[in-house]
Design a protein around this ligand. Structure first.
Ligand SMILES: [Zn+2]
Length: 230
């Protein structure tokens, strides 16, 4: 009997039927990508199958415990990649169409040990954005995640006097709630000698990165928000 070779890509809760035995109503399934004879992944998200843990264990000749542990670890890694992608998009998407000089300054400002030309910076920014968008568009373990500037949310970031981030809060939709939040943050900052920033990003974690970025990055961040949301 030929043994199907698979690699575990993650664990999903939006796919509740086992593609192996057809059992329904599973709480979660394991995403399996086929491997070719040399052990390389043989396919894209469309080739992934979703097995319940017991069928996955049989397919891999593993224990169910090992399947679950491996799937959780794989999923945690995917989530980390997603988080990194959201940070890259929150930083670089706003400068994607900025003048070359600004794009190069933003790139080398974050990568100070690298030395190179403006052309190289442009290529790196384009590559980082393409990778980040591909990561968030990958549907192996769930629907595509938001990745556009239009998907940015605004966050109020409260900084201490020594520029540590004390809090990151999503800005409310509603105008009076927004003003109330801004006033409270300003008051708090004044009391401790800190400062308040408003940044736009795909999530709160990415907002921290934007808050810590240089002035030029934040200038473009604000422009991008205004261009897409006002
Ligand atoms: Zn099954």
């Amino acid at each position: 009997m030929p043994i199907a070779k698979w690699t575990i890509k993650g664990i999903v809760d939006d796919h509740q039927e086992c593609d192996c035995c057809g059992r329904r109503g599973l709480k979660r399934t394991v995403a399996l990508m086929p491997l070719d004879a040399d052990g390389n992944e043989d396919g894209t998200a469309e080739d992934v199958v979703y097995y319940g843990t017991s069928c996955a264990a049989t397919a891999l000749s593993w224990t169910q415990g090992r399947v679950t542990d491996t799937a959780r670890a794989a999923q945690a890694k995917r989530d980390q990649h997603d988080a990194f992608a959201r940070r890259m998009i929150s930083i670089y998407a706003p400068v994607e169409f900025a003048p070359v000089r600004d794009r190069a300054r933003v790139y080398y400002g974050r990568n100070q040990r690298e030395r190179g030309t403006a052309m190289k910076a442009m290529e790196e920014v384009a590559r980082l954005l393409a990778e980040a968008r591909a990561t968030l568009a990958d549907t192996t373990t769930g629907p595509a995640r938001p990745s556009r500037i239009e998907d940015f949310r605004r966050y109020v970031v409260l900084l201490t006097v020594d520029l540590r981030i004390l809090r990151v809060l999503p800005v409310p939709e509603e105008e009076s709630a927004r003003q109330e939040q801004a006033a409270a943050a300003q008051l708090r900052a004044e009391r401790m000698g800190g400062s308040v920033l408003v940044v736009a990003a795909l999530d709160a974690e990415a907002a921290r990165d934007v808050a810590y970025a240089d002035d030029l990055t934040r200038e473009w961040n604000t422009k991008a928000w205004q261009a897409t949301h006002v």
